[in-house]
Design a protein around this ligand. Sequence first.
Ligand code: SAH
Length: 236
Amino acid sequence: MNQAASNVDPAELAKFSDLAHRWWDPESEFRPLHQINPLRLEWIHGLADLTGKQVVDVGCGGGILADAMARKGAQVLGIDLATKSLKVAQLHALEAGTKGVKYRELSAETLAKEQPELFDVVTCMEMLEHVPDPASVVRACAQMVKPGGWVFFSTLNRNPKSFLFAILGAEYILKLLPKGTHEFARMIKPSELVTWARESGLDAQGFKGMEYNPFTKRYWLSQDTSVNYLLACRKG
Ligand code: SAH
């Protein structure tokens, strides 16, 4: 586990490292990520056309999205600071025979300094709510993307409804996620995310909401950003 980077909460990394062997079990704690993956993938591909693009996936975990983007024809680099998750991601790519994906243990801030304006597309999904200084990650994402390129974020909104749905509902009632996965104070309002994006030279192109029906156990994208949401940006 890389704790040398400064914008990292070791307890957050440990949560994901402890479960790392289960990243590719679609019935595990990562089931929600497996279920939302086709939805976010199609949305990203529809806007940015991943074919032949240089993509970096920040906070890639076990590679659920990174692997899928490579299968759409992108050259994908997945970065994370949880060593075990990266090993699982690498092993999965090998076993599944996924071409065009590699993984490195690096922070967004370090990669931004190493390779500014190298990527056509940057994705940073369900990660910002786990770091001490999310604005710094947004800035790093903006530095990594080429002018005219796309940056996609997803995170959890912070309001009474999102507390009820994302924490009480998902962790305590439906038990979709382990207790303690999300901390309310770290969740991010769309207005905050858009401000950080704008201050980093990114123009917001549109939001999507992610909704869930506990009876049918289905997710879908909508215009309701009150709980889980995605933001698409472009660098001017
Ligand atoms: N983006 C993936 C995984 C989301 S889980 C997906 O949506 O499928 C959140 C991930 O963020 C975990 O893999 C965790 O290890 C990573 N993470 C947490 N803090 C980080 C940091 N400071 N830098 C890089 N990755 C971090």
